[in-house]
Design a protein around this ligand. Structure first.
Ligand SMILES: *[C@@H]1O[C@H](CO)[C@@H](O)[C@H](O)[C@H]1NC(C)=O
Ligand SMILES: *[C@@H]1O[C@H](CO)[C@@H](O)[C@H](O)[C@H]1NC(C)=O
Ligand SMILES: *[C@@H]1O[C@H](CO)[C@@H](O)[C@H](O)[C@H]1NC(C)=O
Length: 494
């Protein structure tokens, strides 16, 4: 779905005698540089000399001055007690806020025109089809060929330049210095469990194998389908760069671990023409999306599970895309752990995190100099992620672990709570964090994890963050308690 308002608008304005400012004639300056090549990638020679004549679709994403306003509105509509709580924006309202100034579009177009390129305007970006050789001259850069450990290759320009007077209106040019987010399959160092039998008694701790039934017991949502009616508008969204889940694997998983969900399917929505055709997926690019989809379907079906297929764009552009999707889904998932070096602490987490750093953490002193004290602290929450089971490429495994194992579980539980709320005529929770930090965490909506730790990488030696009472940098507020969370949301939020 491409928006064409600018393509319609421009000729009209030009017809009225509008003359774009003479931009793009200023001297070039480096616009963006990637300092190092990501792990698992290496430069290789372009032996066939194919790069120069390769045609790419070069996209100039333009700055959206409304983003700070959008942030404020998001905060207001997500903060319990705020008069606009739950008043989510419509896609049209979002479009209007994120609109790119017409003068920015005109400036980039006229600069491209002066180099002989007719561009196409789509929503917040201007695009041209151009050879790599011409791109090198347009952006004063050099593309090189790189190869990933999986064998995939990519043409990347580590650093590129733009005329100085375009710096303030262009946000990013792609494809330039972005490496495709490929991952090697991650089988983290978890001991391989004994082969287990399908019908054995459910282990409510999930210690042996993390399955949909033990998770439902652990987080207390096993009765959710009888607990409240299913609202058809409620949905969950799943996204992984360069991935397509596989129905054959999903079916095997459901048959073994969620027999009551056999027949559950996902709906694929393509971003920028990315393939939704499962058989076009690279076998190395199905694991993560398969895992997520198997877990969200097991926990949330018959709510709609939407998969966004994106084989061209990065994560930030995905988020922008998803909020513009007319039928956008209600729950998005992601994960991580630590203190951000780049993002500042949010107001909604200041009290909890300062309390942890000042009073509760035995590690604040010890880790001094190794973390940015004022940074955005995470995680916000935690969920079980050990010996998770899945099917991928027909192969059954029960030794997957990590943040990406716990995020679909937490997201699924929030989806169930949203379903309950929608069926009661209430608003979906939307951006969750102000509620988590002001109500759910302090009032017992989560199981506070007080044991265990997160260890740093090799370079920081034995530095770690230990779990303590209340919010901590190892497990956040803890793991979800479905009924308690649902009750706190229903009692406190309109
Ligand atoms: C660009 O568009 C103009 C007007 O539509 C056309 O005359 C010209 O040939 C086009 N140039 C290129 C390079 O496609
Ligand atoms: C570039 O070429 C492709 C393939 O012909 C086409 O689908 C796409 O719309 C073109 N993009 C631009 C910006 O002209
Ligand atoms: C999906 O891709 C496969 C392999 O490229 C192709 O044979 C098949 O026709 C495609 N299916 C659809 C529905 O486009």
């Amino acid at each position: 779905m491409y928006f064409s308002k600018y393509t319609l608008l421009l000729p009209v304005l030009l017809g009225l005698g509008y003359v774009p400012a003479a931009r793009g004639s200023s001297p070039y300056q480096v616009f963006d540089t990637l300092d190092h090549i990501p792990d698992d990638w290496e430069e290789i020679p372009d032996t066939q000399n194919t790069l120069p004549s390769t045609v790419i679709e070069l996209e100039f994403s333009l700055d959206q001055p409304g983003i700070p306003q959008l942030e404020q509105l998001t905060l207001d509509m997500s903060t319990p007690g705020n008069p606009s709580y739950g008043q989510h924006l419509t896609p049209e309202e979002m479009d209007a806020i994120l609109e790119v100034p017409q003068s920015s579009v005109a400036a980039v177009q006229s600069w491209l025109e002066s180099h002989g390129f007719n561009s196409t305007v789509r929503n917040d970006h201007v695009a041209i089809n151009i050879t790599i050789e011409d791109t090198e001259s347009l952006l004063q850069t050099t593309y090189k060929l790189y190869r990933h450990a999986t064998g995939r290759t990519a043409a990347v320009a580590l650093s590129y330049s733009l005329p100085l007077d375009l710096h303030s209106i262009v946000e990013v040019v792609e494809p330039t210095n972005g490496f495709p987010a490929l991952k090697r399959r991650r089988n983290l160092n978890v001991a391989k469990p004994e082969p287990s039998r399908i019908m054995k008694r459910i282990d409510p701790t999930c210690d042996d194998e993390m399955t949909p039934s033990c998770l439902a017991v652990l987080y207390k949502y096993e009765d959710w389908t009888t607990d409240f009616p299913v609202a058809p508008e409620n949905k969950i969204a799943v996204y992984c760069d360069h991935n397509i889940p596989q129905t054959a694997d999903i079916n095997k998983y459901l048959a073994e671990w969620a027999p009551d969900k056999v027949g559950a399917t996902y709906e694929c929505i393509s971003i920028h023409g990315s393939s939704c055709n499962e058989s076009t997926a690279d076998p190395d690019e199905t694991f993560e999306s398969n895992f997520d989809m198997q877990h969200t379907l097991s926990a949330t079906w018959p709510y709609k599970n939407i998969y966004y297929s994106d084989r061209t764009l990065g994560y930030s552009r995905f988020l922008r895309r998803i909020i513009m999707e007319k039928s956008f889904a209600r729950t998005i998932e992601w994960g991580g752990s630590g203190f951000s070096k780049f993002l500042p602490r949010h107001s909604w987490q200041a009290t909890a995190v300062n309390n942890y750093l000042d009073n509760k953490s035995p590690d604040t002193q010890d880790n001094q100099g190794w973390f940015v004290r004022s940074g955005r602290a995470y995680p916000d929450v935690a969920a079980r992620a050990n010996r998770a089971c899945n099917y991928d490429q027909g192969k059954r495994d029960c030794f997957f672990a990590g943040t990406s194992a716990s995020t679909p579980i937490f997201a699924s539980i929030i989806t169930l709570i949203n379903g309950d709320r929608i069926s009661k005529g209430k608003k979906p929770l939307g951006f969750l964090n102000p509620f988590l930090y002001s109500i759910a965490g302090p009032q017992g909506g989560l199981t506070d994890i007080t044991g265990g730790r997160v260890e740093g990488c090799v370079q920081v030696g034995d530095k770690r963050w230990r779990a303590t009472e209340g919010w901590d940098a190892a497990t956040g507020w803890g793991s979800p308690k479905f009924h308690a969370l649902k009750k706190l949301a229903n009692d406190n939020l309109p």
